[in-house]
Design a protein around this ligand. Structure first.
Ligand code: SAM
Length: 276
């Protein structure tokens, strides 16, 4: 019998993928977790019916959410990842040799445990890295209790429903602002410029009211709704639209390059309108 999985992207659009086999499925305290082996996209993590990451295109998402903010800062020593339970963002953070503390905060221990077992390619390299500190905690609480601690904060969260809902609200961005050093910056994945226009507008408005520099950039990620994905940056000092002076790419990448860094901020008019 043929097996297919369907992600409901909105009331009128569904995305359906052929499945080879189900590797894992369980309900945690916070969400439904599944890991599937698919015919075309390889392994796939799904939380509450929403695709989070796949073998096929995870490198694009993780390189673009991490290296754009990291290479925008002169010397990111203390870095925080909120969410990112699959480990891909933390893997990319630890490729920057200047990092002394890489704090990782995810609300759901079961996602971390499942990904370690079924998606080891994402997080194997961070397993015994002494700079990485994992804390199972709500990112909202962690931000409320942190002050002037971080150079870069990466919010690699799930969609604004369930445990991720409050991660898209003004109070969270205000707490991020407090948690950053005086030259700090943060990035958050902010969904599709086709399907989530109001969300992007509202995040832009909140971030702009707190940070002197607010930017939006995009990347093509085939397994995310519409294939075009947005990222929002709030920065206290550095303009992220090109590599920071003195920084250079000194490791292998598959997507990110200094040219990609500058180009990803060049927005088509219909996307730029979301920032105005
Ligand atoms: N790249 C993905 C995307 O855009 O779909 C996100 C992937 S990552 C698996 C999302 C993570 O956010 C999950 O591990 C989930 O447990 C975590 N998460 C959701 N709400 C959270 C919260 N309030 N605090 C910390 N982590 C949270």
């Amino acid at each position: 019998m043929e097996l297919w999985v369907t992600e409901q992207q909105n009331d009128d659009v569904h995305f359906t993928i052929r499945v080879k086999k189900t590797l894992f499925t369980e309900k945690s305290e916070y969400q439904d977790i599944s890991v599937l082996e698919t015919e075309f996209f390889g392994k796939m993590l799904i939380l509450d019916g929403v695709i989070q990451t796949t073998t096929f295109d995870e490198f694009i998402y993780h390189e673009m959410i991490v290296h754009v903010p990291m290479f925008s800062h002169k010397d990111p020593k203390r870095v925080l990842v909120i969410g990112g339970g699959d480990g891909g963002s933390m893997r990319e953070v630890t490729r920057h040799h200047c990092v002394e503390i890489a704090q990782w905060v995810d609300i759901d221990a079961k996602v971390i445990e499942t990904c370690k077992e079924y998606l080891p390619e994402w997080s194997n390299s961070v397993k015994d890295n002494p700079v990485v500190h994992l804390k199972i905690e709500d990112g909202i609480k962690h931000m409320r209790e942190s002050q002037g601690l971080y150079d870069v904060i990466i919010v690699d969260c799930s969609d604004p429903v369930g445990p991720g809902e409050k991660l898209f609200m003004y109070d969270f961005y205000r707490d991020i602002h407090h948690a950053l050093n005086e030259d700090g910056l943060f990035v958050q994945q902010t969904e599709s410029p086709f399907y989530h226009r109001e969300l992007i507008r509202s995040v832009q408005k909140d971030v702009r009211s707190l940070f002197p520099i607010t930017r939006l950039y995009t990347a093509n990620i085939p397994t995310y709704p519409s294939g075009l994905h947005c990222f929002t940056i709030g920065s206290k000092k550095y303009d992220p639209s090109s590599l920071c002076a003195g920084r250079s790419l000194d490791f292998e990448t598959r997507c990110y390059t200094p040219e990609t860094h500058s180009a990803c901020f060049v927005l088509p008019k219909y996307v730029r309108e979301l920032t105005e």
